[in-house]
Each structure stands twice: as C-alpha cells, then as structure tokens.
Design a protein around this ligand. Structure first.
Ligand code: NI
Length: 139
C-alpha cells in the first residue's frame, strides 16, 4: 500500500465553493489535504464503531472538588479501570474547579463504558470523550 493515486471528483459548484470557504477559514489552502483529513476522520470514526477494536482516546472532566465525595468517587472509578487509563493530568482551574484529562487505551467498547461512567458521575459539570486512533491503519 504505497504510492499516490489521483482521482477526479464531480461535485456541485456551490458545494465546492462552500467547502473551499470552510477550509480557507481554517487556514487550509490545500484542497487535497483537506479531503485526506476528511477521509482519515471517517476512518477513525469507523474504528470506534468496531467494538473489539483497540484504540486510544482522551477523556476530559471538569468538576468542583468541593462537592462532597465527588473527588473520591472519580478516583475510585479510575482505579477500577487502571488497565485502560494510561495517563492522567489534573489541573486546578481555580479555587473550586478541576480539570482532569485521562488518556485511555483499549477496546472501544470498554473505553466508551469508562467514559460514560465518569462523565455521568453526579456532579461532573462537563465531560467529553475524544476518540482518536492508534494510527496504524492511517497513512
Ligand atoms: Ni484540582
């Protein structure tokens, strides 16, 4: 699987114009690179659809550490899933609020469950699972 393939795309002019405007606003002037990014994005999304697929991601959590038992609860959940959480970063945002970033690795079904459990913990103000890839199948 090497080499470069070229192909033509038939596309509605106004759709292409909107696409060029969008990528231009993001600072991208190379249409081919923008299309490659979209394809990679789609492949990564597809990886996460396969429940057994080994993948990686990051879970972010924002919460008030003064909330009774919340820090302990979150720590307990993370210790239960220590096999999947390969790194953790804690930032004290202000007097009350904390941000945690957990780097997770494992089968997508397990990672999604862990993220849902942590994000769904009562008192967590905002949480998000960023699904990315081990990159092995992307060039
Ligand atoms: Ni903190």
């Amino acid at each position: 699987m090497s080499g470069i393939s070229r192909f033509g795309i038939s596309i509605n002019s106004s759709l292409l114009e909107a696409f060029d405007k969008l990528i231009g606003a993001k600072g991208c002037t190379n249409r081919s690179e923008a299309i490659r990014d979209l394809i990679r994005e789609h492949l990564v999304e597809n990886e996460w659809q396969e429940e057994d697929r080994e993948t990686v991601g990051a879970i972010t959590l924002v919460y008030n550490h003064h909330l009774r038992e919340l820090p302990e609860k979150l720590a307990e959940l993370q210790h239960q899933d220590f096999n999947f959480i390969i790194s953790a970063l804690h930032v004290h945002l202000d007097e009350f609020n904390c941000l945690e970033v957990l780097v997770v690795k494992g089968q997508s079904r397990n990672i999604k469950k862990i993220a849902d459990r942590l994000i769904g913990t009562k008192g967590v103000k905002h949480g998000k699972l960023t699904m990315t890839t081990r990159g092995k199948d992307l060039t």
